[in-house]
Design a protein around this ligand. Structure first.
Ligand code: HEM
Length: 408
């Protein structure tokens, strides 16, 4: 991209490769004001990490959540959801939900909730030889995994698509800093619709708990939070559903894109599948994120990277730019499956609000690539079809992925 086509501000990056812009921001110094985002852009790995680690200095924006945000992201009265809660409540909920997704537990989910879904999806297209991989594969896995963990009918195609579309609407609104009446109206309607979809399952599991995650919310919740309410249960189910769907859809597409566009990566995967896959997933997360940036707010007047920041000014932590910071990563824009600390990126944030679902996301991504390669060979981009582009703004992935292959 030339400077002429590079947008002047961050809001203009929708559907545009954002990395030339991020590099121009990095060249301006550690902090760069952006009118369109109404805040300082941060691209340094060290600063992003430091700010994420220190919530007492830089609060999460939902500390100031409006009733509208609470209603759209969870439910009226549902402020004790993991991202909206603060202080001790947040620490307790974070620890609780993290416990549902530790690697040992995710290993158990793998056979019951991840692999059967992937098998079913591949069965549908393995004989076709030509497909668009995001719509029939990577878009389909994460929403269904959450549905399966919630003991919802994950094989209902219409419902699975609806779940993804509704969550994408809410995510787009979050990335826009909750701006614009049209986006807000759409996000409000989507929030209501997700609640209407979830509610019958929530009520049924309250009466008849099983071993699914909705039941765990009802059985564990009262041990974690005083006076645990229906709103608390729904609010935290909503957050898991949202946080585990759109994010992983994009991350998975990015890993598949690297695999099919970089022959040396495909070769490495053929040589030592287990090691290469795990590193491929980390490099996809580092290089392309999927959640490009997160917000924080300064609690007091301070100095960041030598620049004054006033109390209540917004910091936009561009983790996907921090993950290409040359001060942290050698050859930052290249896929390197031999990095010594492959998990040191900020795709899942650092600090007290880091991602509780990281182990689940990593496992889904690894299995999606691994199981596909078990079933197809000569997987490659279709040269006659439209090429992939790095689409959207806040959560992003390469699409479409039109591929050709033979059944293995
Ligand atoms: C590749 C996929 C994923 C990415 C890139 C991702 C990224 C993130 C990031 C950047 C945050 C921090 C937000 C902030 O505080 O500003 C976060 C938080 C969170 N993530 Fe993920 N996530 C992914 C998958 C998942 C999955 C599969 C789940 C679970 C089902 C999940 C559940 C959560 C929850 C509940 C939080 C809130 C943590 C808190 O506020 O304490 N995420 N994620």
């Amino acid at each position: 991209m030339t400077d002429q086509t590079m947008p002047a501000s961050m809001a203009g990056l929708t559907d545009v490769d954002p990395y030339p812009f991020y590099e121009s921001v990095r060249a301006r110094g550690p902090l760069a004001w952006d009118d369109s985002m109404r805040g300082f852009l941060v691209t340094s790995y060290e600063l992003c990490r430091d700010i994420e680690m220190h919530e007492e200095l830089y609060r999460h924006p939902y500390a100031d959540a409006s009733p509208e945000l609470i209603e759209i992201k969870s439910v009226k009265g549902g402020h004790r959801n993991i991202t909206i809660s603060q202080g001790e409540d947040h620490t307790k909920i974070h620890k609780w939900l993290l416990g549902l997704f530790v690697p040992r537990t995710v290993e158990q989910y793998r056979e019951k909730h991840i692999r059967p879904i992937i098998t079913r999806l591949i069965d549908r297209f393995v004989d076709k030889g030509r497909i668009e991989l995001t719509s029939v594969y990577s878009d389909q896995i994460p929403p269904r995994v959450l549905m399966s963990l919630f003991a919802m009918p994950w094989d209902d195609d219409v419902l699975a698509r609806k779940v993804l579309d509704l969550h994408e609407t809410v995510m787009t609104w979050i990335g826009s800093q909750n701006r614009g009446s049209e986006l807000t109206d759409k996000a409000r309607a989507a929030g209501r619709e997700i609640n209407a979809i979830l509610m019958p399952y929530m009520l049924e599991r309250k009466k008849n708990p099983g071993d699914d995650l909705i039941s765990r919310l009802w059985t564990d919740g009262p041990k974690i939070l005083d006076n645990f309410t229906d709103e608390d249960a729904l609010a935290n189910a909503r957050e898991m559903f949202l946080a585990g769907t759109d994010t992983t859809v994009h991350a998975m597409a990015n890993a598949l894109h690297i695999l099919i566009t970089q022959p040396e990566v495909m070769q490495a995967v053929h040589t030592d599948r287990k090691k290469a896959l795990s590193n491929l997933v980390e490099e996809a997360l580092r290089l392309y994120g999927s959640v490009q940036y997160r917000f924080r707010v300064a609690n007091q007047d301070c100095e960041i990277g030598g620049q004054p920041v006033k109390k209540n000014q917004v910091l936009i932590l561009i983790n996907s730019a921090a993950n290409r910071d040359p001060a942290k990563f050698a050859c930052p824009a290249a896929v390197d499956l031999c990095r010594t600390m492959p998990k040191e990126h900020l795709a899942f944030n650092a600090g007290p609000r880091n991602c509780v679902g990281a182990a689940l996301a990593r496992t889904e991504m690894i299995d999606a690539v691994d199981m596909l390669l078990d079933r197809v060979k000569n997987l490659r981009l279709d040269p006659a079809a439209p090429p992939p582009a790095f689409r959207f703004h806040y959560t992003r992935s390469f699409r479409p992925l039109h591929v050709l292959f033979d059944a293995a």
